[in-house]
Each structure stands twice: as C-alpha cells, then as structure tokens.
Design a protein around this ligand. Structure first.
Ligand SMILES: Cc1cc2nc3c(=O)[nH]c(=O)nc-3n(C[C@H](O)[C@H](O)[C@H](O)COP(=O)(O)OP(=O)(O)OC[C@H]3O[C@@H](n4cnc5c(N)ncnc54)[C@H](O)[C@@H]3O)c2cc1C
Length: 274
C-alpha cells in the first residue's frame, strides 16, 4: 500500500508579492496584519493550517528582492542572494477572504496573526511597526495537518505560535470530528473566538507565571488528561521542546503510532529561525 505523504503540498506553489492593508493589536500578545494586492488573486486558499514563507525587507535594504523559484530550489537561490537576501520566516494564514468578502479593498485579503514577542525578533518587530503599503513576499507551502483517515479522534496541542494553525484546522474540519484541543496562551485575553466542531473540547491554558517556559503548561495538561479511547491522530506544534516532548509522551505512554502524529517545532528557545 502506498505510504501516506507527510504534508499536503500546494498543487502549484505560488510566490507572490503583496502589501500591507492594515494592522491592529487584537489582544495583549497578538498583532493582526492584513495583506492584499493584485497578485493575491493567484493564491489558492486551502484552509486548515495553510502556511507560507514570509519575506520582508531587512533594515537598511532599499528594495524587497525575492527568489524566483517555487520548487525546493528556492532555498538555495535565497542563500545565494548575499546582501540582497530578505528576512524569511514562517507564518500561517489566519484567515483568507475572497474579493467578495474583502474588508479593506477590492481584492482578496489574508490576515496573519503575529505573536508579539519583542522588537529584538525581526518578524515580530516588523509586525509591530508595519504601515499600509509596506511590501512583503509569500511562498505558499500548503498544510502540515494531514490526519490518518482511520483515526477515531484527534488531538491538537500548541502554544500561542500555533493558535492560528489550530483554530484554522478546527474551522475547516469536518463537523463530525471528535477530539481534544489544548492551546497555551500568555494571557487570558489572547483567547480568540473559535469555530470548532461540537465534538471537539477546546482547553485554553493561560500561562499565569510569566517566568514559566512556554509549552510546559500544555505538556503538563496533556500528561494529566484523560484522552478518548481508540486510534488517535495528533497535531502538535509550538516551541520545539513542546512538540518533541509531547510526541515522546504520546508514543511511549499513550499508545500513539509515530505515523499518527504530525509534530513541528514552530520556534526554538534562544534561537532565531534560520
Ligand atoms: C509552519 C509554521 C507556522 C507558523 N505560524 C505562525 C503564526 O501564524 N504566528 C506566529 O506568531 N508564529 C508562527 N510561527 C512561528 C514563527 O515562525 C517563529 O516564532 C519565528 O521565529 C518568528 O520570527 P522572529 O523573527 O519574530 O523571531 P526569531 O528571529 O526567529 O527569533 C528571535 C528570538 O525570539 C524567540 N522567539 C521566536 N518565536 C517566539 C515566540 N513565538 N514566542 C517567544 N519567543 C520567540 C527565539 O527563541 C529567539 O530567541 C510558525 C512557524 C512555523 C514553522
């Protein structure tokens, strides 16, 4: 039998230019940046946790230069751009609106929810200081969420960086889905409205200790949780140790098969994304 692929890749990845339409602080630790522009009409929205490479100018760069390749070759090309190399970071489509549903202009729009984690971090700083008209590039990467069809139920766990991904998955999921979702956030007001299937129990975990390491609360909550029985599929994302620690726990102590887990380190303590 053919092996299920790990990711759901876009049929034709697009690398497009867009610009900022608006930005607003939506909660204590999240800034929502809305982007648009003519080229967004070639973006194919896939729903769920669709993610993309975000390219923006580095301080001091006069122009936003982008790689031209959309195959895996884009990265080699990017590395060879020398001083013209833009900043590149990974983000999730929080919401896609077609031209008919647009709130700010005449064409399609995408909202991106950035965790505000300090102006020493370039993408976070960019989101905190954008103005309408600022340019960006987006390379569509598709979905990490790729559930095992035979799973009886699903588990979603993440910290704040994975909030857009988990809420996107719950919004796109089949209404008959059963599962448990745990999202760790730095402040109670960072919780967002959720459009989830009735059979999914969502637990917001608020990190009340500001010195606590992100992800620990979620790891502890899942360790202590009574989870549904039957074959589970898990989507785990957030700080690297959360994703890898949970995967270990689910495999060693909760009987999950490794192939029934999608786990991704969305960021890493003390380390800038490459
Ligand atoms: C598939 C995918 C989808 C993602 N989607 C989103 C999304 O929609 N929204 C979002 O906010 N993030 C998302 N992330 C995470 C985001 O790419 C990282 O947080 C990234 O490191 C941010 O870049 P930066 O330039 O702000 O910080 P970097 O330059 O990469 O890091 C600088 C410092 O900040 C720390 N840091 C990085 N991220 C965080 C964080 N979230 N909280 C606290 N400290 C941090 C690092 O440890 C480092 O010390 C996603 C990651 C992946 C892989």
């Amino acid at each position: 039998m053919a092996k299920r692929s790990k990711y759901v890749k876009p049929e034709e990845p697009t690398l497009l230019r867009a610009h900022v339409l608006a930005s607003k602080q939506v909660s204590p630790n999240f800034v929502r940046v809305t982007v648009g522009g003519e080229e967004l009409s070639s973006f194919t929205a896939m729903g769920f946790d669709q993610w993309f490479r975000l390219f923006v100018k580095k301080p001091g760069q006069a122009e936003l230069r982008l790689p031209t390749q959309t195959s895996l070759l884009w990265y080699a090309q990017y590395l060879m751009m020398g001083a013209e190399k833009p900043l590149c970071r990974n983000f999730t489509v929080r919401e896609y609106r077609s031209a008919e549903a647009a709130l700010h202009g005449a064409g399609p729009e995408i909202d991106i929810d950035f965790v505000s984690h300090g102006d020493a971090s370039p993408a976070s700083a960019w989101a905190n200081s954008v103005s309408p008209g600022d340019e960006l590039g987006m390379l569509d990467e598709g979905l990490i969420y790729n559930p095992e069809p035979a799973a009886d139920w699903q588990l979603f766990v993440g910290d704040e960086s994975a909030l857009p991904a988990i809420l996107g998955i719950l919004r796109s999921a089949d209404r008959g889905l059963r599962g448990e979702a745990f999202i760790e956030i730095p402040h109670a007001d960072d919780a967002q409205e959720v459009d989830a299937p009735e059979g999914v129990n969502l637990h917001w975990l608020v990190r009340t200790d500001s010195h606590a390491r992100a992800g620990k609360l979620a790891l502890d909550a899942v360790t202590a949780a009574t989870l549904p029985t039957g074959r589970g599929y898990a989507f785990l994302a957030g700080e690297k140790d959360l994703a890898t620690g949970l995967r270990r726990l689910l495999v060693n102590e909760r009987g999950f098969a490794k192939e029934d887990i999608s786990f991704t380190g969305f960021w890493r303590f003390g380390k800038a994304q490459g």
